[in-house]
Design a protein around this ligand. Structure first.
Ligand code: CA
Length: 229
């Protein structure tokens, strides 16, 4: 059973959401202020977070941004009340996955929720093959080619690239990369991630100084982008 966390302070909306999602078969938890919601999202694992923007104690933008900085990759569906907020959700890289404007119909919301959860499940499955630009990777055989010529990647570089591709389009923090690629048992400096990313860029990017696939995201981390449109 998939677990959903709703962070919403308007009781009427919260209760409506809870009812509809339970009928749909989801296990629902809720928080009525930003700080409580942030803590719950950090301490427990959910399959999706539904997040309002205007919240007491900590607003939705902050909750979303800080969750991403902590390395939490749970999909986040934002509820916005104003069109100005939509601009902000889309304009800022706060790391949300989708948004719905209030007032919304239960059917519309359920459809978005189902779609997001389905999409996440697909990307969580192990990636065996990947093609982007003129690069082809076979993760099962540990083979990589660029323009048909073999490029040699280390085992760690394969794992790192696989992790980035799995989170395509999402910002992943250095900490989250360290935890997932190096594992908790090893102590490495976050800067180590940058060094390995730099090496990986030299091998797969046309111009490592102007990367098109592995993008740096300000002070947070990295984002993989396969689609060059
Ligand atoms: Ca609100």
């Amino acid at each position: 059973m998939e677990k959903i966390l709703i962070i919403e302070d308007e009781e009427r909306i919260l209760m409506g959401l809870e009812d509809n999602l339970r009928i749909e078969g989801y296990l629902v938890s809720s928080a009525t202020d930003g700080l409580k919601g942030f803590t719950m999202a950090k301490e427990q694992s959910y399959d999706l977070i539904i997040l309002d923007i205007m919240l007491p104690k900590m607003n939705g933008f902050e909750v979303c941004k800080q969750l991403r900085q902590t390395g939490i990759t749970t999909p986040i569906l934002i509820l916005t009340a104003k069109s100005q907020e939509v601009d902000k959700v889309l304009g800022l890289e706060i790391g949300a996955d989708d948004y719905v404007t209030k007032p919304f119909s239960p059917r519309e919301l359920i459809a978005r929720v189902n779609a997001l959860i389905r999409r996440t499940k697909q990307t969580q499955q192990a990636i065996e093959l990947s093609n982007f630009g003129d690069v082809e990777i076979d993760f099962k055989k540990y083979e990589a080619k660029k323009r048909g010529r073999t490029i040699s990647l280390t085992a760690l570089e394969f794992t790192l690239l696989n992790f980035l591709i799995k989170h395509e389009g999402q910002v992943v923090s250095r900490d989250s990369i360290l935890d997932n690629v190096w594992g908790n048992s090893v102590y490495v400096y976050p800067r180590t991630v940058d060094t390995h990313i730099a090496n990986l860029r030299k091998k797969i990017e046309d111009d490592p100084e102007k990367p098109k696939f592995i993008l740096g995201v300000r002070s947070i981390g990295y984002k993989f982008k396969a689609d060059q449109t």
